[in-house]
Write a protein that binds this ligand. Structure first.
Ligand code: ATP
Ligand code: MG
Length: 291
């Protein structure tokens, strides 16, 4: 996948001014894969939820539930089978304006023969942004992720955590209105992960970007999110949309030792366990109705 398919941020043709406070609207989204040798893999049975402008929402669910499928559908990298993804009032039919994606595999998403600066600059260049403006945007993004000194180095000269910060810098240099992240910190150590979580919270706060963050890690979802969307086993439906009523100022020590954090984590954990056992709200509803 090329950089241009991953990043389609605000350039010369910025999207029309938003009309409502809903940034992302998933309307009965369904996705079934049909590939030779493995026909009819129903990944998403039905998802219907909204993300408000400027919200940070986490998505958790059992492995293979359809989280990446969901993110790729939202990013316009996959066609949905039914339903629609609506971004700022417009149905997504391809990579939309104003959206950036950060994937787990930073190693594969950065070009090793380019410097950090060149990697961040590439999508801006492809978008036709003039040189001086590009330089300014790259410098600002590097500063945001505290990597100004690494600008002229190559990705392979950096640690895993630093490389993932470059991938984040590349996404934010584009000034997206929506940032999608798919298990972005799964491959880094625990301490780096905590630092990157705090980086996401602080960028989210001062850039005012809408963030949808997919993770396996229940603690991470509760720590980061304003809401946690819990998905069922495949074919996925919504298990529960959990509101995270923790104070907005979060830090690794205070927040994680807050009794409410423990309650929320326990609740999401329980939901995931139930999802793994194959419990699903759509079937409960069917039984209730005697179907
Ligand atoms: N390109 C594809 N073609 C066919 N089937 C696919 C494709 N991508 C995913 N699937 C299938 O769709 C289902 C959901 O996969 P997906 O990668 O979305 O799950 P996930 O929740 O992201 O899993 P994980 O937690 O392991 O990352 C799986 O059964 C997977 O095999
Ligand atoms: Mg995945």
């Amino acid at each position: 996948m090329s950089i241009t398919t991953m990043l389609s941020g605000r350039g010369a043709q910025a999207p029309a001014a938003p009309k409502t406070d809903v940034a992302l609207d998933l309307r009965n989204v369904q996705k079934t894969y049909d590939t030779p040798g493995r026909p009819h893999v129903e990944a998403i049975r039905n998802l219907d939820f909204q993300v408000r402008r400027g919200e940070l929402v986490c998505v958790v669910g059992p492995s293979g539930a359809g989280k990446t499928t969901l993110l790729r559908s939202i990013a316009g990298l996959l066609d949905v089978t039914a339903g629609e993804v609506v971004l700022d009032g417009t149905t997504v039919t391809g990579p939309p304006e104003g959206m950036a994606v950060v994937f787990q595999e930073y190693g594969r998403s950065l070009f090793p023969w380019m410097t950090v600066r060149q990697n961040i600059e590439l999508p801006l260049k492809e978008k036709g942004i003039p040189k001086a403006e590009r330089r300014e945007k790259v410098d600002r993004a590097l500063e945001e992720v505290s990597l100004s000194e690494a600008a002229e180095q190559h990705p392979w000269q950096l640690s895993g955590g630093m490389q993932q910060r470059v991938a984040i810098a590349r996404a934010i240099a584009f000034e997206p209105t929506v940032l999608l992240m798919d298990e972005p910190f799964a491959a880094v150590d625990a301490q780096t992960r905590a630092e990157l979580e705090d980086l996401v919270r602080s960028l989210w706060k001062h850039l005012g970007v809408t963030v949808l963050f997919v993770t396996h890690d229940i603690d991470e979802a509760v720590y980061l999110g304003e809401r946690v969307i819990v998905l069922s086993n495949r074919p996925t439906v919504l298990m529960e949309d959990v509101k995270v009523d923790l104070p907005p100022e979060r830090d690794q020590l205070t927040t994680r030792s807050d009794p409410r954090f423990g309650e929320l984590r326990g609740h999401v954990y329980e939901l995931i366990q139930r999802a793994k056992r194959g419990e699903r709200p759509d079937e409960t509803a069917a039984v209730d109705k005697g179907v």
